[in-house]
Design a protein. Structure first.
Length: 253
């Protein structure tokens, strides 16, 4: 039994060292079919209603594009790098009259919500396909360009902001032995005061190994984002969620 434990420990160590000797690059792109839910609130006016994105503003599912790049290098002290970009954007026409920022908007007023996001992730690889398991931990800086617009024939309202949000990052992956199938999940999360944000994904992917150097792959998964931001006494308070399935293609170098 003791010898088996020693062999297992050596296997873990040598596996991690062997994987760290190579530069690996992965890149992907795809479409996220996302559905919005939640509410927005104008904090500057006590006379405003609290419209919901679906029922009141008429915003529905949208196909959102996404891109990502992941770089793992052999330098032990420097963190690995991941870059992500997506542009959730939803628009629709209001389904009822309501008051917003002191003005009344009628049925069929136009509304649009957009959150362009760039994620810069620095992480360390604690397990690297060790016994078919991978574990990454690190920090994410989510850069968000937020804009909200509401208008009809009589009134127009707009609000925009740029946010830099630090978040915790964790990713786990399991490779099914003797197959090209991988199971993966990752999360970015932060909570403080009345603000709470998370970005969670879970997916399955399949890698085609007929090409020796550049291996194409496909991925299919589910993603959900939560944005609850309530800072200061003025401006727009957000409490909404985007969720839905996504699918895309990848290249592994």
């Amino acid at each position: 039994m003791k010898n088996k434990l020693i062999i297992a420990a050596l296997a873990v160590f040598t596996s991690g060292v062997a994987q760290a000797d190579f530069l690996r690059i992965e890149a992907g792109a795809g479409i996220w079919q996302s559905e919005p839910s939640g509410t927005v609130t104008d904090k500057a006016s006590s006379s405003s209603d609290i419209p919901s994105l679906n029922d009141d503003l008429g915003q529905q599912n949208e196909n959102i594009s996404y891109l990502w790049l992941n770089v793992k290098h052999p330098l032990p002290l420097l963190p690995n790098f991941r870059l992500e970009y997506t542009t959730p954007s939803f628009e629709g026409n209001t389904r009822k009259s309501f008051t917003w920022a002191g003005n009344t908007y009628g049925i069929n007023a136009y509304s649009k919500l957009e959150l362009k996001q760039t994620d810069i992730v620095l992480y360390y690889n604690l397990l690297d396909n060790t016994f078919w398991a991978t574990l990454d931990l690190g920090l994410d800086l989510k850069l968000v360009d937020y804009s909200y617009e509401l208008r009809d024939s009589s009134n127009t309202y707009s609000d925009s902001d740029s946010l830099a949000i630090p978040m915790l990052y964790a990713r786990t992956r399991a490779q099914i032995p003797t197959t090209n199938i991988g199971l993966e999940a990752d999360i970015k999360f932060i909570s403080y005061g009345d603000t709470r944000l998370y970005d969670f994904r879970a997916k399955v992917d399949y890698t085609f190994d007929f090409v020796p150097v550049i291996q194409p792959a496909i991925e299919l998964g589910y993603r959900t984002q939560k944005f609850k931001i309530d800072e200061g006494s003025e401006g727009t308070k957000t409490d909404f969620e985007f969720s839905g399935i996504y699918g895309g293609v990848m290249l592994r170098f």
